[in-house]
Design a protein around this ligand. Structure first.
Ligand SMILES: O=c1ccn([C@@H]2O[C@H](COP(=O)(O)OP(=O)(O)O[C@H]3O[C@H](CO)[C@@H](O)[C@H](O)[C@H]3O)[C@@H](O)[C@H]2O)c(=O)[nH]1
Ligand SMILES: [Mn+2]
Length: 944
C-alpha cells in the first residue's frame, strides 16, 4: 500500500510521514446526490410551468417561492463540493522522530486574549500551560501571550504560571499526563488517584494555591502589593493606562537562553513572553489581526521559530502530540514543501449531550473540512493552526522552497540581556510601526475583515500554497463554545458577515480563484461565503407559505398530483441524509433536531443582519468590528445550559425577529387547525398538505421558543418586552397613569475621589403623591450613555448604577454598562436613590428613563371575583404595552446615542439602529395584521 517517497537519503528508502486516504462510499454518495439533483430540477420545472397568471391569487408568493427554491437548489449544489471528494489524513510520528529528532524546527506559539472580564485569566493561563507542556523539546518552544485587554491581572496570572510551570511540565512529562491543561486534567481525575499519589497531590495543591491567588486578585480587581513590588513588570502599568490607551508592555517571563531557566528536575523551560501591544485611541488596532501581526514581529526578534501555532485563549491543547503531528506534514520529504498551514478542527469542551446551540460544528469538522481537504484547501479558522512564518509574512509559493529546520532560525545574541532585548524589540509592537508598510495588506494577517483568519488563509492559497486539515482521534484543542443564544447568534453574525464581505471583495474565490485553485475548492469555499444571502430565501420560505395558509391559497402541488413526488423525495432525501450524517459525526437525534432549529435561527437572524450590514458597509455606512465572545456565564445560566434550556434573557432585536416568525407560524397553524375542525375538513389537506406540514414543522421546531415566551418563569426566559412586542402590539391603549422623565445628566469626575456620585431621587419624578399609593409597584428604568467628550472617544465608557430603596437596601447594581434596562419592585414608599458612578475621566451624558407601572383597573376590581380572571388578563396586557412603550423609548435613546456618537464619525451605527428599528416596526405591523385577521375570524365565528 504505502509507496516509499521518491527521495532518498544516504541510500535508504524514505517512507512518507503522513498518509491520505479517500473516504469510503463515494460512489454511493455521488449516485444519491445526483438523484436529489434530479428532484431539484423537477421542482424547478414544476414552479416554472405553473406560475399563476397575472391577476390570479398567489402569483407573487409563487414567484417568490420559485426564487427561493432556485437559490436553495443552487446552494445545495455548491455544498456538494464539500462532500464529493473527502479525504482522511493520518501521521507517522515515530518516523518523524527517527529521521528528524535532532533537527526539529522551533515553534512559536501565540495565544491571544482580549478582555480579562469575559476571558478569565485562569482560563488563559491554563491554555498557556497546556501548550508549554507539549511533547516537544522545550528549548524549541516559545509561548507568547498577547493581551489586548492590557490587564495587569492577566499579567499577574501569567507570572504565576511561569512559576507553576516549573512543577507542571516535569509532572506532565513524567506521568505522560493528558490533557496538559491543569484545570482540565484535575477535573478529569478521580479522587482515588488524587489521594493515592503523593506527587499528584502536591502538584494539585500548588495549582489550587495559584488558582486561589489569581481568582482572589481578579475578584478584588488588584494585585497583592507585595507581588507587584517584587516584579518589575508591574511598573509598566500606571494610573493613566487603560485598555484602549497604553504603551507597549513586553515582559520576557522565562528567557529560554538563560541557563538558569530550569524546571524543578533541571530541564530547560520553554520561553514565555507577555505582550500587550501599544494601543492608542486614535489608532485603529485591527482586532485580532493586529494582535497577531504584532506577535509575528516581536517573536521574530526573540525566538524566530519558522513555524507558528496560534490558538485562542480558551483553546487549550488536549493532545500533547499535536506539534509533532503538524510537523509530519511540513517535514514530509515529498509533499511538505507545498504546505502553508495545517489546520486542526475547533472542538469544544463545554458541549452538552444534545448541543442546544449546535455549537460543536460537528458536521463541518467531521465531514465538510475533509471535503475541503480533498481539494487541498481547508480554510484557516483562526485557532489551532500551524503556519509557516514565511507564508504568514507574505512569501509566495515556489517549488524550491523547503523548510530548513532549526538551522534557519538561529538568531541568537546571548550577550544581550532579557531587559535589553525587551527594550529593543518593544518598538515592533507600537502603533506607528505599521504606517506605510505592507502589514495587514500583503504581510501578516489581513486587516479590515471580521474574519481575518479566512481572508488570510485564502490569500495564501491563492498564491499557490496548499493547506492540510488534520483531525486526530484524540482532539487536539478544546475551547469554549458560546453558552447563550444571543452570543451564538452574534458570533455567527460576525462570521457570516465577514464571509460575505470576502465574497463581494476582490478575493472572491469564484473569479479571483479561477486558475489559482481547483474548481471544487472554489465551489466549496463559496458555500461558506454565501451564508448571509441564504437569509432572504429562508425568511421568505418560513413566512410566506404560512401567510398564504391564512389566506387559503395553495402554493404547493396537491396531494394527488404527481408533482408532489419530487418535493417529497427532495425533502426526505435531504433531511434523511442530513440526519444520518449528523449521527455518524457523533451526534444524537435530538441534537440533530436542535441543529435544525439553530440553522433556522441563524438563517433568519444572524445571516439577515450580516447581509444587511454588509450591504450597508458597501455603501459606506458600516464598519468592521469584532465583538469578543463571552466565555463565562453566571451560575444560574450555567445550570440551564447544562439542562439544555435555551437562554433568551437579553432583549436582542434578533429575538424579536425570531419571536415574530414563530408567532406567525403558530397563528397560521392554529387557524388552519380550526378550519379543518370546523368547516372545510379534509379538503384543506388535499390542497394545502405541504404548506400545513411546513408550518407544522416550523411550529414544532419553535416549541422551546414558545415556552420561553409564555411559560417559563426562570431568568433565562424571553424578556417580557419581547413577548409583548411579538404578541400584543397595537391591540389596545394603555389605561393607566404613567410618569415618565427624560433626564440629561452630566456626570463629572471629582478629581480627589476619581468618582462622582449622582443621586437622582425617585420622589422628584413621582411628585404627585397619589401615584405612589400602592406598595409593590414595579419601577421600570433604563439608561443609555449618550455622549462622551472628546471626538476620538467613540465608544462610550460604561457607568455603574446602584439603586437603593428608602431604607438604604440595595435593589440593583450594574457595573460598567453603556445601556441597561431593568425593573424592580418598590416594596416601600419613599425616596429611592439612583446612584450613577462615572469612572472614566470624561463627561458622560446619560439618557435616563424611569416610570412606575401601576394598573388602576386591577386594583379597583381586584375583589370582584367574577371579573377577576379577565381583569388580570387585561392588566397583564397593559403591562405588556407599558413595556413596549418603555422599550420604544429605550430604543429611541439608543438611536439618539448612536446618532451622537456618529457625528464626525461614520454613520454606521445610526443606520444599524435605524435598520433594527425598522425590523422591529416591520415585525410589529405584521403582528397587528395577523392578529386582526385572527380576531376578525374569531368574531366572525362566534357571531354565528
Ligand atoms: O480585538 C481582539 C478581539 C479578539 N481577540 C482574540 O481573538 C480570539 C477569538 O475571539 P472570540 O471572541 O473567541 O471569537 P470566536 O468567534 O470564537 O473566534 C473565531 O473566529 C474569529 C474570527 O471571527 C477568529 O479570529 C478566531 O480565531 C476563531 O476562533 C480570542 O482569543 C480573543 O481574545 C483579540 O486578541 N483581539
Ligand atoms: Mn472563541
Amino acid at each position: 500500500m504505502e509507496k516509499p517517497n521518491s527521495e532518498h537519503r544516504n541510500g535508504e528508502v524514505l517512507l512518507p510521514l503522513f498518509e491520505t486516504r479517500r473516504a469510503e462510499g463515494r460512489i454511493i454518495y455521488r449516485t444519491f446526490a445526483t438523484s436529489v439533483f434530479v428532484g431539484i430540477l423537477l421542482i424547478w420545472m414544476y414552479r416554472a410551468s405553473n406560475v399563476p397568471k397575472l391577476g390570479e391569487e398567489g402569483r407573487l408568493g409563487w414567484i417568490g417561492l420559485f426564487g427561493a427554491e432556485l437559490w436553495f437548489g443552487f446552494y445545495w449544489v455548491l455544498t456538494q463540493a464539500t462532500r464529493w471528494n473527502r479525504v482522511h489524513r493520518s501521521t507517522f510520528k515515530d518516523r518523524l522522530s527517527q529521521r528528524h529528532e535532532n533537527e526539529l524546527p522551533k515553534v512559536d506559539i501565540f495565544v491571544c486574549t482580549a478582555n480579562h472580564e469575559i476571558e478569565p485569566p485562569m482560563m488563559v493561563i491554563n491554555t498557556v500551560l497546556s501548550v508549554m507542556a507539549y511533547d516537544y523539546p522545550p528549548e524549541k518552544l516559545a509561548v507568547y501571550l498577547q493581551d489586548d485587554g492590557g490587564s495587569n491581572l492577566t499579567f499577574y496570572a501569567l507570572l504565576e504560571a511561569s512559576r507553576f510551570c516549573q512543577h507542571w511540565i516535569p509532572f506532565c512529562k513524567k506521568f505522560n499526563v493528558e490533557p496538559r491543561s491543569p484545570a482540565a486534567y484535575f477535573a478529569s481525575c478521580s479522587w482515588d488517584a488524587i489521594i493515592k499519589d503523593e506527587e499528584f497531590a502536591s502538584v494539585q495543591k500548588l495549582y489550587e494555591e495559584m488558582e486561589n491567588r489569581v481568582t482572589t486578585a481578579v475578584k478584588l480587581g488588584r494585585i497583592p502589593e507585595n507581588t507587584s513590588l517584587k516584579h518589575k513588570g508591574f511598573t509598566q502599568w500606571n494610573s493613566s493606562s487603560t485598555r484602549r490607551d497604553h504603551d507597549t508592555i513586553l515582559q520576557i517571563l522565562i528567557d529560554g537562553r538563560d541557563p538558569n531557566a530550569k524546571d524543578i528536575v533541571g530541564c530547560t523551560l520553554p520561553t514565555l513572553v507577555y505582550l500587550a501591544r501599544e494601543k492608542r485611541p486614535q489608532h485603529p488596532h485591527n482586532f485580532k489581526a493586529g494582535a497577531m501581526n504584532a506577535l509575528i514581529r516581536v517573536s521574530s526578534e526573540i525566538s524566530n521559530g519558522p513555524l507558528i501555532l496560534n490558538v485562542d485563549c480558551d483553546m487549550y491543547s488536549n493532545n500533547s502530540g499535536s506539534v509533532r503531528d503538524a510537523f509530519c506534514f511540513f517535514m514530509d520529504e515529498e509533499k511538505g514543501h507545498e504546505i502553508a498551514y495545517v489546520q486542526f478542527p475547533q472542538n469544544f469542551e463545554n458541549i452538552t449531550k444534545n448541543d442546544v446551540y449546535s455549537s460543536s460544528l460537528r458536521v463541518a469538522f467531521e465531514v465538510e473540512f475533509q471535503g475541503l481537504d480533498g481539494y487541498e484547501g481547508p480554510m484557516y479558522i483562526g485557532t489551532g493552526c500551524f503556519h509557516r512564518r514565511d507564508t504568514l509574512c507574505g512569501r509566495e509559493f515556489s517549488k524550491e522552497y523547503r523548510i530548513q529546520g532549526s538551522r534557519e532560525s538561529v538568531r541568537k545574541n546571548t550577550k544581550e540581556s532579557a531587559d535589553e532585548l525587551e527594550a529593543r524589540v518593544k518598538d515592533l509592537a507600537s502603533c506607528a510601526y505599521e504606517h506605510n508598510t505592507e502589514w495587514g495588506k500583503k504581510m501578516g494577517l489581513r486587516y479590515g475583515c471580521p474574519v481575518e483568519d479566512l481572508i488570510t488563509g485564502l490569500s495564501i492559497l491563492f498564491t499557490g500554497w496548499k493547506s492540510i486539515y488534520y483531525n486526530p482521534t484524540r482532539k487536539a484543542f478544546l475551547g469554549i463554545a458560546p453558552m447563550s443564544l444571543d452570543q451564538m447568534l452574534l458570533q455567527h453574525k460576525r462570521w457570516s458577515e465577514g464571509n460575505f464581505q470576502i465574497f463581494l471583495s476582490r478575493f472572491n474565490p469564484a473569479w479571483y480563484g479561477l486558475g489559482r485553485i481547483s474548481p471544487g475548492l472554489q465551489m466549496a469555499l463559496c458555500t461558506y461565503l454565501l451564508r448571509a444571502p441564504n437569509s432572504l430565501a429562508m425568511i421568505f420560505y418560513s413566512v410566506v407559505p404560512s401567510l398564504y395558509l391564512l389566506r387559503g391559497i395553495s402554493l404547493f402541488p396537491q396531494v394527488s398530483s404527481p408533482w408532489i413526488l419530487p418535493f417529497a423525495y427532495v425533502i426526505i432525501a435531504k433531511y434523511g441524509y442530513s440526519l444520518a450524517e449528523f449521527l455518524w459525526s457523533g451526534g444524537t437525534v435530538l441534537g440533530w433536531w436542535n441543529d435544525q432549529r439553530i440553522w433556522l435561527y441563524k438563517k433568519t437572524t444572524s445571516y439577515l443582519f450580516a447581509f444587511v450590514d454588509t450591504i450597508l458597509g458597501l455603501v459606506g455606512f458600516s464598519e468592521t468590528s469584532f465583538i469578543v465572545t463571552n466565555k463565562m456565564s453566571d451560575p444560574d445560566a450555567s445550570q440551564r445550559y447544562e439542562k439544555e434550556m435555551m437562554e433568551f434573557r437579553t432583549s436582542s432585536p434578533m429575538f424579536t425577529v425570531l419571536a415574530t416568525l414563530a408567532m406567525i407560524n403558530l397563528i397560521s397553524l392554529v387557524w388552519v387547525a380550526k378550519r379543518v375542525v370546523t368547516d372545510v375538513g379534509a379538503g384543506v389537506f388535499e390542497t394545502m398538505a405541504l404548506q400545513i406540514v411546513l408550518c407544522g414543522v416550523l411550529v414544532m421546531i419553535n416549541v422551546p421558543l414558545y415556552s420561553a415566551l409564555f411559560f417559563r418563569k426562570d431568568t433565562g426566559k424571553m424578556p417580557s418586552s419581547i413577548t409583548a412586542k411579538s404578541v400584543f402590539t397595537g391591540i389596545s391603549k394603555p389605561l393607566s397613569t404613567q410618569s415618565n422623565l427624560y433626564l440629561y445628566i452630566y456626570i463629572d469626575r471629582i478629581y480627589e475621589k476619581a468618582q462622582l456620585r449622582f443621586y437622582q431621587l425617585l420622589s422628584q419624578i413621582i411628585k404627585d403623591e397619589n401615584s405612589v399609593e400602592y406598595e409593590g409597584d414595579t419601577i421600570h428604568f433604563s439608561f443609555v450613555v449618550i455622549k462622551s467628550e472628546g471626538s476620538w472617544h467613540y465608544a462610550p465608557d460604561g457607568v455603574d448604577l446602584v439603586v437603593k430603596g428608602p431604607s438604604g437596601e440595595q435593589l440593583e447594581d450594574f457595573r460598567d454598562k453603556t445601556s441597561e434596562k431593568s425593573e424592580f419592585m418598590a416594596r416601600q414608599k419613599g425616596v429611592h436613590q439612583f446612584c450613577f458612578i462615572n469612572k472614566s475621566p470624561y463627561h458622560e451624558t446619560i439618557d435616563f428613563d424611569v416610570h412606575e407601572a401601576h394598573f388602576s383597573y386591577y386594583d379597583q376590581h381586584a375583589k370582584d371575583e367574577h371579573f377577576n380572571p379577565l381583569l388580570e388578563q387585561i392588566s397583564k396586557l397593559e403591562e405588556a404595552l407599558y413595556n413596549i412603550q418603555f422599550e420604544q423609548h429605550w430604543l429611541e435613546a439608543q438611536t439618539d446615542s448612536q446618532a451622537i456618537v456618529n457625528e464626525g464619525m461614520s454613520r454606521r451605527v445610526l443606520h444599524k439602529a435605524l435598520w433594527e428599528s425598522a425590523a422591529l416596526i416591520g415585525a410589529s405591523v405584521l403582528q397587528v395584521y395577523l392578529l386582526r385577521r385572527l380576531f376578525e375570524r374569531k368574531l366572525g365565528t362566534s357571531r354565528v
